[in-house]
Design a protein. Structure first.
Length: 251
């Protein structure tokens, strides 16, 4: 049921075609926002366009495309109030196995795209304020032996978020910037991690047991946290890291 928590606001969500991104878009539309969506998945974007979203194909590692996407959103809706940097990848590999190519690709998608998105959002928002929400991970707070590149990228997102928040606050822009840190959530990315395990069923059960609440997260639970940070309800929250992790990082 809509409460109009984002009524009159314009949002841009990357990695929007599926998983957490799709759940975020659904919640934003339900709460009255006008939403621009980006992804490399053309079919997924078409589905969102049918719901009334502005679909903009985007490779988030392309610097020039970032400016085009933000300018297209402003041209279509008149302003940009919310950016959700959600696009990301995960490549399994401990420090002895991970390749430099995999490491660089992970940083490009997971970190450089967030840098570019934040920079363009600040340009578009600084005259009137806004909210930036960066999707990090519990892997940006605690380590995982088998995810060297992923941990490095998500840790970078965590502290980049704080840097952006402090800059915008001290500049008086009225732009808030926060990060969300999900743990294992029922998504295609997590499914792919599980599928690479020697014993996928045992691995899934191990993930479940590692979470104090005893289950994997659901995409709508992550989207609810993002909705809060995007809304005016979080008007005094900036530079924060919100763990939506079933208690994983409380241990």
């Amino acid at each position: 049921m809509s409460r109009g928590r984002l009524q009159g606001k314009t949002a841009l969500v990357t990695g929007a075609a599926a998983g957490i991104g799709r759940a975020i878009v659904d919640s934003f539309l339900n709460e009255g926002a006008r939403v621009a969506v980006t992804d490399i998945d053309q079919a997924g974007l078409a589905d969102l366009a049918a719901r009334g979203a502005l679909a903009l194909p985007q490779d988030v590692t392309d610097e020039a495309r970032w400016r085009e996407v933000v300018d297209a959103t402003v041209a279509a809706f008149g302003k940009l109030d919310i950016l959700v940097n959600n696009a990301g990848i995960g490549i399994i590999g401990h420090i002895e196995k991970a390749t430099l190519a995999d490491f660089r690709k992970t940083q490009a998608v997971n970190v450089e795209s967030v840098f570019l998105g934040c920079r363009e959002a600040v340009r578009a928002m600084k005259a009137h304020g806004g909210s930036i929400v960066n999707i990090s991970s519990v892997a940006g707070i605690i380590g995982d032996a088998n995810s060297a590149a992923y941990c490095a990228s998500k840790g970078a997102v965590r502290l980049l978020t704080k840097s952006v928040a402090l800059h915008c606050a001290r500049a008086g822009y009225g732009i808030r910037c926060n990060s969300v840190h999900p743990s294992f959530t029922e998504t295609a990315m997590v499914d792919s991690f599980i599928a690479t395990a020697r014993d996928p069923d045992r691995f899934r059960e191990g993930l479940r047991r590692a979470i104090p609440l005893g289950r994997l997260g659901q995409v709508h639970e992550i989207a609810a946290a993002v909705l809060y940070l995007a809304s005016d309800e979080a008007s005094f929250t900036t530079g924060a890291e919100l763990a939506v992790d079933g208690g994983l990082t409380a241990q």
